[in-house]
Design a protein around this ligand. Structure first.
Ligand SMILES: [Zn+2]
Ligand SMILES: [Zn+2]
Ligand SMILES: [Zn+2]
Ligand SMILES: [Zn+2]
Ligand SMILES: [Zn+2]
Ligand SMILES: [Zn+2]
Length: 298
């Protein structure tokens, strides 16, 4: 069977070079597409390895053996040159992630255009795979742009319940949260006050637990989906290092966190609405909260 490029959908007939994604079974990229900006930019979450078309064919025939060789080769070539891990990336720490159901690439909803099927549950695709959905996805289904849910899907849509900024005294602030490494009891700053107040001590960034839970859930579901696709349950995911059993442990844990935020949110809602009315916000507070909190409709 001829291999098609995931980016442009064209058959890869070139005699020489193609690229296979290390994370995805069915993600191949032709040489032209590999040279394009979007594939280079995506490499943090998506590793394309150069190979000849004939090697790709033999790899498909003996998947286990050649992927081992391939990994050994990459360990020496690429992994040493980049020490970035998804868990220390800005995308993971500061933005909501999702992954493409077609190519399994992980991306930030805020930073990249992605699409969501209106009919299927949680079927998202990346910008590069979206054109392929015309032929590959059920014809009656419609897609909408994921970032239409912004700002709900950003840090500005998340409240730090029970936390008060020690700089400006705002309660349940949104956005980034920083905590002093030295003071006890804890000394917290919102992102507006960070770097302006309490500068004699060092701070660390505290990722909102809702964002933490969401991103881990996405990565765990992706790990399981890839393992099922590859037919190898003991495989370690190359982005997270997780196996299927790691993912199975993580999913109930983060689902509990997501639920706890949801109930915390519901408890706080009436209080927040009162506060917002008091502050005479321009926006209708109820509409504003609905707009900012997509999970309120779960
Ligand atoms: Zn292509
Ligand atoms: Zn891929
Ligand atoms: Zn994709
Ligand atoms: Zn669909
Ligand atoms: Zn503040
Ligand atoms: Zn301090």
């Amino acid at each position: 069977m001829a291999t098609k490029c995931t980016s442009c959908g064209e058959q890869i007939t070139s005699l020489s070079i193609m690229y296979k994604c290390r994370q995805c079974v069915d993600h191949f990229v032709c040489q032209l597409c590999e040279e394009k900006e979007h594939n280079r930019a995506g490499q943090l979450f998506h590793t394309l390895d150069e190979m000849s078309v004939s090697a790709a064919k033999s790899m498909a025939n003996s998947a286990t053996a050649s992927s081992k060789n391939c990994n050994d080769k990459q360990e020496s070539n690429k992994c040493t040159s980049s020490n970035s891990s998804i868990f220390t990336s800005d995308e993971y720490l500061y933005s909501f992630l999702t992954y493409c159901k077609h190519c399994h690439r992980v991306f930030s909803i805020e930073k990249e255009t992605g699409f969501e099927c209106q009919e299927c549950k949680a079927y998202n695709v990346c910008n590069q795979c979206f054109p392929l959905m015309k032929t590959l996805h059920s014809s009656g289904h419609t897609f909408k742009i994921l970032s239409e849910n912004l700002p709900a899907l950003t840090l500005n849509g998340l409240y730090h319940f029970g936390v008060t900024c020690n700089g400006c005294s705002s309660e349940c602030f949104t956005g980034k949260r920083y905590q002093c490494r030295e003071c006890s009891p804890s000394y917290d700053l919102c992102e507006k006050c960070f770097d302006k107040k309490h500068t004699h001590h060092e701070f660390r960034y505290i990722q909102h637990f809702m964002l933490f839970a969401h991103n881990r859930q996405i990565l765990a579901v992706r790990t399981m989906s890839l393992a099922a696709k590859n037919g190898d349950l003991d495989r370690r995911d190359s982005i997270t290092g997780w196996t299927v059993s790691d993912a199975e442990r993580i999913i109930p844990q983060v689902t509990g966190m997501l639920q706890s935020y949801k109930s915390e949110f519901q408890e706080e809602v009436s209080k927040l609405i009162r506060d917002l009315r008091g502050a005479q916000q321009e926006l209708d507070p109820v509409e504003d909260l609905k707009r900012r909190h997509w999970w309120a409709c779960w």
